[in-house]
Design a protein around this ligand. Structure first.
Ligand SMILES: Cc1ncc(C[n+]2csc(CCOP(=O)(O)OP(=O)(O)O)c2C)c(N)n1
Ligand SMILES: [Mg+2]
Length: 612
């Protein structure tokens, strides 16, 4: 029974947690992000410092952003792994609220460990402590309660044990997961206690694949058999449950066409003949025309947000009914649907078995094939609009899509791009599309992209970000450069592609200027830390910022055209600076030129040097 501090026990506990699904075991916490101040430096900070081999510490620049990074990581890992986040008390802790809400809305697991004011209350009020004349036990961390799926405050060291176990139960529970907060008073963090070995021992949490009861399956099968125009709506649950192959088999067996929510995009590849693509407000005409006449809608792993249902107008057929396959009964009951409460993959397999011999009318199957083809032609048209004087956003998306390999990942969250990406991005891999559209939080993009890259360093990650989002929260560019350089695994920086506006601002220079100045500062600080190349030789582009050079997305005769003047220049931050030419690193234009046709070169192939 080691006598250790509550923080030491927490770090050892986190390092010992594993999950297992389908017989495959993995660590649940692959590290801990943190920003230290009073309230966590002497406790959790000391413990992380002491046990670097147990839990990797990652430095972040902004507490909200580090939650985004953990969320991006957890989503990329299909909720089977995540990162913890620790903060100081007060503003460090309240900066978590937005990230926590995003995690909870999107049902993605993150563990938040904000410091809290002294449980003993002896030094009250400490710096950054909220005082409330009506209550003695209030703390700013209470603001995390409504956005957390489990919230606890550890006021004695031994309380850590039930709290940590309850936190894990919720984090790994596929129906309940979201942000989990363990508020940790700063004095308790450093209190010693005889923690039993059982608490610190390796623990494996089994992730089950529950199935609906036989009566509900029978009812669903009956409804599907009599439907004339059934439609599947695939949500994030299909991807998290790794049900995409099962779904594909089900669709091919039955001929039921499929539309996708933002989180479910990628459930089928865009060119599957029964794939109708995005559905709802930001959907394709293919999906929405079929939705308009659907008499049965089978939602799988969707929480039926207003964007999916077009505020409950997308499925107007008089006799339409819903079947909802969902691991959470809360979601399964929506739309007055027949609830099939269960894991997406296991339930699809059950339905496929029970529907042997059933298929939709060939004419209905053919209608989907035709619509898929027509939509694909429309995407092609929108990718090559040749809009003047600036390329349309669809052309920028097309250029990035053309340049990306099938397993690369596009990341976005807010503004005008999620809508365009939803309908226009050609997804060829279930993990290739990562648009956070549950909370649609400006500032998720870069930080979330870093999480995606940390989770899948072998993939290229393209962050598409509006100028508004970029200027709101771009601090984790620094973290991604740091992580990229601190590690000899494929570099961890996501590629940053600003939306079409930088093409515009490249001509007046303002945003590009801001990006370059920031990149230069980053490079300077790295240089001091690493004593590497002189800071002045590192450009924004070398820092992985592909879009800031103002390259044109135009292609003539298959070759990209260089935009006139000013592209590929480095800015020194002096007023009136016209920049000097950059010497290396491909930007978007070169990328398009080099990898314009799918399957040609590039990509993170085994054996080839990582490009990030
Ligand atoms: C944190 C946050 N604040 C405010 C909003 C509301 N909002 C949604 S999009 C948007 C503007 C986004 O601008 P930009 O990033 O430049 O994208 P654009 O629409 O120009 O593509 C705002 C303010 C939000 N989604 N998230
Ligand atoms: Mg904008």
């Amino acid at each position: 029974m080691p006598r250790i501090t509550a923080s030491q026990a927490l770090v050892r506990f986190l390092a010992a947690q594993h999950v297992e699904r389908d017989g495959v075991e993995q660590r649940f916490f692959e590290g801990c992000f943190g920003i230290f101040g009073h309230g966590n430096v002497a406790g959790i900070g000391q413990a992380l410092y002491q046990y670097p081999e147990l839990l990797t510490y990652y430095q972040a620049r902004n507490e909200q952003a580090m939650v985004h990074t953990a969320v991006g990581f957890a989503r990329m890992k299909n909720r089977l792994a995540t990162l913890a986040c620790t903060t100081s008390i007060g503003p460090g802790a309240t900066n978590l609220v937005t990230g926590a809400a995003l995690a909870t809305v999107n049902r993605l697991p993150v563990l938040l460990l904000p410091g809290d004011v002294f449980a003993s209350r002896r030094p009250d009020p400490v710096l950054q402590q909220l005082e409330d004349p009506r209550r003695g036990d209030v703390s700013v961390n209470d603001s995390l309660e409504p956005v957390s799926r489990y919230f606890d405050r550890i006021e004695r060291p031994e309380q850590l044990m039930p709290a940590a176990l309850s936190a894990m139960r919720v984090l790994v529970n596929q129906a309940e997961t979201g942000a989990v907060t363990l508020a940790f008073p700063q004095d308790v963090q450093i209190e010693a206690y005889d923690f039993p070995e059982e608490f610190l021992a390796r623990r494996v949490w089994h992730i089950p694949r529950p199935v609906p009861d036989a009566a509900s399956i029978a009812k669903a099968v009956e409804r599907i058999r009599v439907a004339k125009r059934p439609l599947i709506v695939a949500g994030g649950g299909v991807i998290y449950s790794e049900a995409t192959n099962a779904l594909r088999g089900f669709v091919e067996q039955t001929g039921i066409p499929e539309g996708e929510t933002q989180a479910g995009k990628g459930s089928l590849p865009y060119d599957h003949p029964s794939a109708l693509g995005a559905i709802g407000v930001t959907g394709t005409f293919a999906a929405n025309r079929i939705a308009a006449e659907a008499d049965l809608v089978i939602g799988i792993g969707t929480r039926w947000s207003d964007f999916t249902t077009a505020s409950k107008t997308a499925f107007p057929h008089a006799g339409v009914s819903f079947i909802n396959v969902n691991v959470a009964d809360f979601d399964a009951a929506k739309q007055d649907g027949l609830a099939l409460v269960g894991d997406a993959r296991a339930t699809i397999e059950l339905l496929a078995d029970a529907l042997q011999g059933y298929a939709v009318e060939p004419s209905y199957r053919d209608e989907a094939v035709r619509l898929n083809k027509e939509w694909n032609e429309e995407v092609e048209r929108l990718y090559r609009l040749r809009h003047e004087p600036l390329p349309a956003q669809s052309e920028v998306i097309g250029a990035v899509n053309d340049a990306a390999q099938p397993t690369d990942v596009v990341v976005c969250a807010a503004g005008s791009m999620p809508g365009d990406l939803h309908k226009l991005w050609r997804t060829r891999d279930p993990k290739g599309y990562h648009v956070e559209y549950g909370y649609s939080c400006m500032g998720y993009e870069i930080a979330g992209g870093l999480g995606v890259k940390l989770a899948a360093p072998e993939r290229e990650v393209y962050v598409m970000v509006g100028d508004g989002s970029y200027l709101m929260l771009s601090s984790e560019i620094v973290t991604s450069i740091q992580e990229g350089e601190a590690d000899d695994r494929p570099r961890r920086q996501p590629r940053l592609q600003l939306d079409r506006e930088p093409v515009a601002v490249a001509r007046d220079g303002r945003l590009r200027h801001a990006v370059q100045v920031q990149a230069k500062r980053v490079a300077g600080s790295r240089q001091r830390q690493l004593a590497g190349a002189p800071a002045s030789r590192r450009s924004g582009d070398e820092c992985g910022i592909a879009g800031c050079k103002g390259h044109s997305v135009r292609k003539r005769g298959g070759a990209p055209e260089r935009s006139r003047g000013g592209e590929g220049r480095r800015f020194d931050g002096r007023p009136g600076d016209r920049g000097r030419p950059l010497r290396r690193s491909p930007g978007l234009r070169e990328l398009v030129g080099r990898r314009g046709r799918r399957g040609l070169g590039g990509g993170s192939r085994p054996g080839s040097p990582p490009r990030l």
